[in-house]
Write a protein that binds this ligand. Structure first.
Ligand code: HEM
Length: 432
């Protein structure tokens, strides 16, 4: 086992050296060293034991060196919050590691999360009004309709359905399409393009090419709405700021919203359902009323922390965190999962406890890049999980947890499929 891992690391380093021959370009990266992928892996719903060990030894740890820079992992809650709140010491601009010359606009990586002020400030100012309570209230009936349609479809298809396929992905997909204002006839194509984006198993190559395709799609969609702006976010921004925003910038913003809101909400719905199925008390709390359900959802967000590591930060100058000396140019990854499972945040942090007193968490990040869609995500989770608990209070997962196919290495953790019996019938495959 150890020998195999040593060989893999050695081959990996050789591949890495080859990918860097013409300069640093993450697009060519086909291999990520084991120490870097550890925070992106789990055992079921829980972090690997290595993460707790690292956090106990040093909440800020040097994982490895890449492109001549140290790669640091921050896994303690207090240290993570400090890094996330520090708006001046780090850059988020990943573009310094990706060759851009001569590439089309749609291939330029970016999005809010990888942008620094003043650009970040300007772009974020366009988006925030789209997520006010008023605008979200406009979406609420649509979310209810989308959720109810999926519940009816599951009743027709049941009693055993794949909850990922039938509910967890379709609900946020339809919600984001409605939010952006994408025409119904374009949605199948958009769906196809969006699926492969978050799978890190292929290194840098797969991620960047699939990202370019769906961004391209959104840029075309902006161009098509320029003459006749639609009802959603794209149309709103074209009406209000059409002169300032070109197609690529607005397409990129829309893409950032899609990137931020789709997979994350889908994973929370699927993994959150796993937790409810295993915890009848939590299921009952979600079924009973909005206030109790909201408390359970906050604990779910903390416990699951599906965005495992925050956007990478690059130190602008030498600095110290958690007693470690970080050099200018070093890369700092913040394990949001590690932070949210830190006993210094709340005792017994590894336990999912629906009765836990309200606890702060970093599932939506913190600081200037904090999730712009957090309130939308909460509303979506509340409506969707309450409907699920109302219609299927005895829902059971039909396979044992160790047989579920969880994502192996992923920026956003999730499960590929979740077979459930809607009415808690015989546990068909469990233990088999
Ligand atoms: C449960 C679902 C969600 C979770 C767990 C989540 C989590 C996060 C996290 C951890 C960050 C990054 C913080 C950082 O690295 O500093 C983030 C950023 C972001 N999220 Fe979410 N998110 C969710 C849903 C959404 C939704 C529904 C939308 C929009 C429709 C959205 C849009 C964004 C955007 C645009 C950013 C970038 C913000 C910036 O850089 O200024 N997210 N989200």
């Amino acid at each position: 086992m150890e020998f195999a891992s040593a060989v893999r690391n050695r081959v990996g380093r050789a591949l890495l050296a080859r990918s860097m021959r013409d300069g640093i370009d993450l697009r060519k990266l086909r291999y990520l060293p084991d120490s870097m992928t550890m925070p992106l892996k789990r055992d079921g719903l829980d972090p690997l034991p290595d993460l707790a060990r690292l956090r106990a030894e040093a909440p800020v740890t040097r994982l490895t060196e890449l492109f001549g820079k140290s790669i640091w992992l921050v896994s303690g809650y207090a240290e993570a919050r400090l890094v996330l709140a520090d708006n001046t010491s780090y850059s988020h601009d990943l573009r310094q590691f990706v060759a851009m010359d001569g590439r089309a606009g749609s291939e330029q990586i970016g999005g809010l999360g990888m942008t620094d002020p003043p650009t970040h400030t300007v772009l974020r100012r366009y988006l925030t009004p789209e997520f006010t309570r008023q605008r979200l209230a406009r979406l609420e009936p649509t979310i209810r309709a989308v959720v109810n349609a999926r519940i009816d479809a599951m009743k027709d298809a049941g009693p055993v359905v794949d909850l990922v396929d039938q509910f967890a992905f379709p609900v946020p997909f339809e919600v984001i399409c409605e939010l952006l204002g994408l025409p119904v006839e374009d949605r199948d194509e958009f769906h196809r393009l969006g699926v492969a984006r978050f799978d890190l198993a292929q290194g840098g190559v797969g991620i960047f090419s699939s990202a370019a395709h769906s961004r391209d799609f959104l840029i075309r969609s902006v161009a098509a709405q320029r003459d006749q702006p639609g009802d959603g976010l794209i149309g709103d921004l074209l009406r209000e700021h059409g002169d300032e925003l070109d197609d690529v910038t607005l397409g990129g913003l829309a893409d950032g919203v899609f990137l931020g809101g789709y997979e994350t909400s889908a994973s929370m719905l699927a993994l959150g359902t796993c937790l409810l199925a295993e915890n009848p008390d939590a299921m009952e709390m979600v079924r009973s009323d909005d206030a109790a359900a909201s408390r359970v959802i906050e604990e779910m967000l903390r416990h699951l922390t599906v965005v495992q590591v925050a956007f990478l930060r690059f130190a602008r100058h030498d600095l110290e965190i958690g007693g470690q000396q970080i050099k200018a140019g070093d890369v700092v990854g913040v394990s949001l999962l590690g932070a949210d499972r830190d006993d210094r945040l709340t005792p017994g942090a590894d336990r999912f406890d629906p009765a836990r007193p309200p606890t702060r968490h970093l599932a939506f990040g913190h600081g200037m890049h904090r999730c712009v869609g957090a309130e939308l995500a909460r509303m979506e989770l509340l409506i969707a999980l309450r409907a699920l608990a109302h219609h299927f209070p005895r829902l059971q997962v039909t396979v044992a947890p160790e047989r579920l196919e969880f994502r192996k290495i992923a920026a956003v953790y999730g499960v590929e499929s979740l077979p459930v019996h809607l009415y808690g019938g015989a546990l068909l495959d469990r233990g088999a």
